[in-house]
Design a protein around this ligand. Structure first.
Ligand SMILES: [Zn+2]
Length: 333
């Protein structure tokens, strides 16, 4: 089954979706050591299928597996990489525990981590492309304790080398869209940090022909933007709605020329944006004439995992309707 993407204003998701009970139960069972990794991914399947169906029913073009297996975007990968200390909770002092995973020895890639769920999502996606999504090296390192490297820069680059194996696995299996999530970057919006991430992205994406995406969210993104334009990616996915579109003038100022993932849904609010409102927000970007509609992807600001499922779905449905109407008004369909 093949699916034709619209010529402009392709709709997509950032990745996460409200956790379904089947996934929650599977996560708990795995935590208690009752099931193997293989059984775990089997148990998560019904949840992934339900997410895929929600995405399809809402009409989203490029969908995801909803990250149903991931209790946490860093811990999930830390538990599956070599070099991390096992156990989610780390004792810092006598009775002070932290949830940060610990890099205890040299990192290594053991086996595909997010590939199984992604492949399953693709098998039930009725031909729609499914984004392959991993947490990026900068965020992995930022949210971990380092007891092995003693040098953050070295660790970030090493993490990139290790995560590259996962990206190669996705590419080998024909992933059309590969996204790296880097929410931690906006916590240190400085040139040196953005340049470190650029180096890491070069390691991860060199020679990969899939569409390469970076998702960054919240914080002072305008300070990073000029450097982010140098990232070796095709698309930069950013939050706009929650920050009231204040980034728009900066796109113009810095001559944004990549594809843009344009966040028009507030993931921190249960209020369902109306179709009219979203259309208006889409036109805000189009009217600025920064990039053509062919290079604009319409999506929520970030993952929607914290919203109730019905609200997440209703928001996506309106987002798709709005994109369709704008496309029609612009003469694309
Ligand atoms: Zn985000």
């Amino acid at each position: 089954m093949s699916y034709t993407l619209p010529k402009a204003l392709v709709t997509t998701v950032v990745g996460s979706y409200p956790k379904l009970p089947e996934a929650e139960q599977a996560i708990q069972k795995r935590k208690r050591g009752l099931i193997s990794e293989e059984e775990f991914h089997e148990l998560v399947k019904p949840a992934i299928k339900a997410v895929v169906m929600d995405h399809i029913e809402a009409g989203v073009d490029v969908i995801s597996d909803g990250e149903q297996a991931r209790e946490d975007m860093v811990v999930y990968f830390a538990e599956r990489l070599g070099g991390y200390q096992s156990g989610d909770w780390v004792r810092i002092f006598d009775n002070v525990y932290f949830r940060k995973p610990v890099v205890a020895s040299r990192l290594s890639y053991i086996a595909p981590m997010a590939v199984t769920d992604w492949e399953y999502a693709r098998s039930v996606a009725q031909g729609r492309p499914v984004k392959a999504i991993i947490t990026g090296p900068y965020t992995m390192v930022d949210w971990s304790f380092d007891l092995a490297y003693g040098d953050r820069r070295e660790l970030v680059l090493e993490m990139a080398r290790v995560l590259r194996h996962e990206i190669e696995e996705f590419a080998r299996r024909g992933a059309e869209f590969i996204q790296v999530d880097e929410p931690a970057l906006s916590t240190r919006p400085y040139k040196e940090e953005a340049e470190l991430l650029r180096e890491a992205l070069e390691i991860m994406f060199k020679g990969i022909s899939a569409k390469k995406i970076i998702h960054i969210c919240f914080g002072r993104i305008e300070k990073i933007l000029p450097y982010a334009l140098e990232f070796p990616v095709d698309q930069i996915d950013l939050e706009f709605k929650n920050s009231n579109f204040r980034l728009l003038p900066y796109l113009k100022e810095y001559g944004f020329d990549k594809e843009l993932g344009y966040g028009v849904i507030d993931v921190h609010s249960t209020r369902i944006e109306s179709v009219e409102e979203i259309k208006n927000d889409i036109y805000k970007l189009i009217k600025m004439d920064i990039i053509p509609p062919e290079k604009i992807y319409i999506d929520p600001d970030c993952g929607v995992k914290r919203l109730p499922r019905e609200i997440a779905k209703a928001k996506l449905r309106n987002m798709v309707k709005a994109a369709r109407e704008v496309r029609r008004e612009l003469g694309y369909e």
